[in-house]
Each structure stands twice: as C-alpha cells, then as structure tokens.
Design a protein around this ligand. Sequence first.
Ligand SMILES: Cc1cc2nc3c(=O)[nH]c(=O)nc-3n(C[C@H](O)[C@H](O)[C@H](O)COP(=O)(O)OP(=O)(O)OC[C@H]3O[C@@H](n4cnc5c(N)ncnc54)[C@H](O)[C@@H]3O)c2cc1C
Length: 499
Amino acid sequence: MRDLKTIFNKEEYDVLIIGGGINGAAIANIASRQGLSVALVEKEDFASGTSSRSTKLVHGGLRYLENFEFDLVRESLRERYIQWKSVPHLVKPLRFIIPVYKGDRRPLWMMKLGVFLYDFLSGKYVVEKHQTLTTKDVIAAIPHIKREGLVGGVAYSDCRMDDARLCLENILSARESGAHIANYAEAVSFLKVGTQLTAGANIKDILTGKQITIKAHHVICAVGPWTNEILRLDTPTEQDKIRLTKGVHIIYKDKIADTALLLQAGKDHRVFFVIPFGEHSLIGTTDTDYAGKPDEVESDRDDVEYLLSEAGKFLPNIKLQRENIVATFAGLRPLVFASGNPSKLSRNHVIEENKSGVMYIMGGKYTTYRAIAQQCVEKVLSGKKLNLGEDYPLYGSGSHEMNEAQLAKTFNLSIATCAYLLSKYGTKCKDVLNLVSQDRKLAELLCPCSLAIKAQVVYSLQSEMAVTADDIIWRRLSLGYHFCATKQCRKVIDTLCAR
Ligand SMILES: Cc1cc2nc3c(=O)[nH]c(=O)nc-3n(C[C@H](O)[C@H](O)[C@H](O)COP(=O)(O)OP(=O)(O)OC[C@H]3O[C@@H](n4cnc5c(N)ncnc54)[C@H](O)[C@@H]3O)c2cc1C
C-alpha cells in the first residue's frame, strides 16, 4: 500500500497545487520545467472532474464571435495550433459542417461571415480554410440531413482531442520533470501561519485514510467546479465566485456522418454538435444552471430528451432512439460568476489571490489551458514573463522511430493495433509494446469490442498511476464510451487489476 509521506518527502515545496484536472496538471508541468519544486494532489483520479467530460474539442469557439469575444477566440485559435503541432497523437483536425435553413436565427450570410472571421483571426494558425457549401454539397457530405428548407451551409475546421489523456500526459510530463504527484489524495484543510496566511494544506489519503501535511510557499487551487467549496474551506465567509452550469453529452451507437455537424437548436437557439466518435457519434451539449454538489452531477431524462429531440429534428431519417445510447456523461462548467443566460456567459478565465495568499483559477476553456497555466506560474515567479515559444511537447510527443507497419512486424501484432497504440501513446507506445515482448499473453485483445490489448491495463497500473478499474476504463483507455455487447473487457480489466 502506498504511503503519501514517501511521495511528498520534501520539507517544503515552492508550489502546492490542489486539483489534477487540466489546469492543475499543466501548472505542475510548466512550474516543474521552470525548476520549481512542485507537489500536486487530486482527490479522485486525474481528469475525473470536468476535464474528462468536455466536448473534446480544441477550438477557437466559433460561437463566441457572437458575443464579440475576439481576444478569447484569437488566443484559443493560437493555442489550438500549438497543441495540434506539439501533441499530434492526441489533438487532431476535424472538419465541421453547419447546415443552414430558411428562417434560421443565424442566416447563411451570418455563417459565411462567421467562418471568414474565424479563419481571419486564425491568421497563420489556420488548420484548414473554410468553404461555402451549396445545398447539394451539404447533402453529399451528410446524406441523412433534413432537406426541407435547407439553403446551403459552410464548412470550417477545428481540432478534436482525448481530454483525459491530454490531462494525464501533462501529469506524467510534470512527474518526469520532478513534480511529486498523487491521485486519491484530498486537501481537507489549509495550514495557516498565524490567523490568515496559508502555508500549505492537510491532505487525506483516500486509499488508506491516513493524513499528512504538505508545506508550500505558494498554494494554487485549480479545483474547477469545487472552487466555491474550497474557498469556504479557506475562509468560511467567502461568497460564491463561480457559477456552475451543467453540460450533458450522449454517445450514440451509430456513426451519423464522417464530418462533424454544428447545429442550431430549435428550442432555445443554442448551438450543439454531432461529432463522429470512433464507430459512434458524440452529441452535445446542454447548458443549464446547476445548484447541487459538484460530486453528484449526472445527466437526467430531460437532458437526454433535449439532445435526442434537437438532433433528431435535423436527422429525420435516422429516428434517434434512447435504446441506442451507449453512454451519457455530465460535466460542470466552472464559470466566473455573472448573471444572465448561461450560454452567453464568457468562457474567459480569472486568476485571483485571496487574502490568505491562495491563488484560485476560475473559468477558462480546456483549449486555453496552456496559456492559463503559464500565467499562473508567472504569478508565482513574481510576474517574471516566461517565453515558452510555440512548442509544448508532452509525455508521448516526438518523432517515431517506427511506423505502425514496422511496429507490427517487430512485435508480431496487427497493423491496426499498432496504429491504435500510436494514436493513444505517441512515442510511449514502445513502452506498452515492451510489455508484450516480456509476456506474449499481454498481446491478447481485452475483448472483441475494441483494439485495446491486455498490456495497456498493466501499463496503466504500472506507469500511468491508475488505481481503479474505472480509471482504466474511462480515462486511460476510453472504453466506457464504446459499445460492448458482452462487457468482457470490464471483466478482464477487473481480473488484471485484482492480480
Ligand atoms: C460539458 C462541457 C463541455 C466542454 N467542452 C469543452 C471543449 O470542447 N473545449 C474546451 O476547450 N473546453 C470545454 N469545456 C471546458 C473545460 O472542460 C474546462 O474548462 C476544464 O476542463 C476545466 O478544468 P479544471 O482543471 O479547471 O477543472 P476539473 O477538470 O474539474 O479539475 C478540478 C479537479 O480538482 C479536484 N479537486 C476538487 N477538490 C479537491 C480537493 N479538495 N483536493 C484535491 N483535489 C480536489 C477534482 O477532483 C477535479 O479533478 C467544457 C466544459 C463542459 C462542462
């Protein structure tokens, strides 16, 4: 059984980060690369909060143009490019089509202007230029699309990502640079100097129940939706600083189209997506105020009904059915507190230090995580500007010694399996394959439902800090999002974990 005292063995750290979502993970990575001593604690698994429940897009956010958030869009488009170029195994271009109908609140001219402006703001960071589409083009690309009233459309590009693994690669890179890190370790109270100043935190090991204290010069709370709760742990009289809105997605069994769709909901005029997701489709998201506890967020009947019925209006021939939903997931947007329609609230972030000297990160998008983390570390370094350039390599980044065909020959596996492993692990794919060399049984598929092999489970436990079967199913291998008739993969993972 692990002992947190041996992981966090320094008397005092430069920085203690509470929260192992994307923001905490990236702060740990950038800070440790700057030579700072870093401790990070996460109360569940890395990315188990909002950072594995996003729409999984690295995007400028076409819809933020409507709110005139040009700076946010410009910054996001630059970040999109940096992540695509730096971590190409996890961040990949994706083409979107927006079909436009007679009477739409956002008519064709507005959509044309929007995608033109989007590419203009991208400047040299463009992924693939936009296009105007005729009705015929839209139908050719999405044969199931509703034809009645269709007047044309536009196409533009953004990127998709594996959100949980991108977060994990930040964690693993930080650990490689010397950061001390633990999941299933919760900050339960702050360590005070005198009455006010915070000098660390008391951490409870969720696996053993034991408690330790971590001292640090700087304490950073990157706890996303848990910000209001932790604020009051520090200062009981604090008012709410973030507003939580719930976003639900469904994974639909069929792949509806090879291209992603951006659609305008008839009910409330919000935009939502239908995105090809392996063999399936990802449909989302909703945006409704949430007043419950962040740990208890889940999708309900109304959320699912909204998504099925709004998507169904555009896909009349498919007849979307509840029975064909493979999975649903719900996440919370930790938005900087403001009143008004949730969909219109800014996705900009704020970094604020409270009276006790604790730094809080509020708001923000996944896409801009690198920039947010850089700003936090600059604050820790008393405002010193960091020139990180436009390269942000992570754990599995770098050029490959062998392509999938060569790996398949060397390790006696199928080309499809090797291509799959390359796209999950990048250069670290070799470490997974070395396990296969040591034990040939680990080359076996977990289950016919996917290309995942047994070696990945061992690798998740040995090298990727997975603790539970769920950590592996949802955040290391993403199997939870895939349809499996037999659930054999879960049984095999349980058996390997128990061993
Ligand atoms: C439905 C939805 C869709 C989205 N889609 C996109 C998208 O496609 N693209 C995009 O750019 N952005 C998207 N976003 C926004 C993006 O996902 C978030 O901005 C981002 O994930 C927030 O990361 P975080 O690290 O701040 O929070 P989180 O990922 O929630 O991490 C906070 C962590 O802190 C931990 N924690 C809490 N309290 C404690 C404690 N006391 N001790 C230790 N650990 C603690 C939690 O367990 C959690 O893991 C979306 C958001 C939602 C809700």
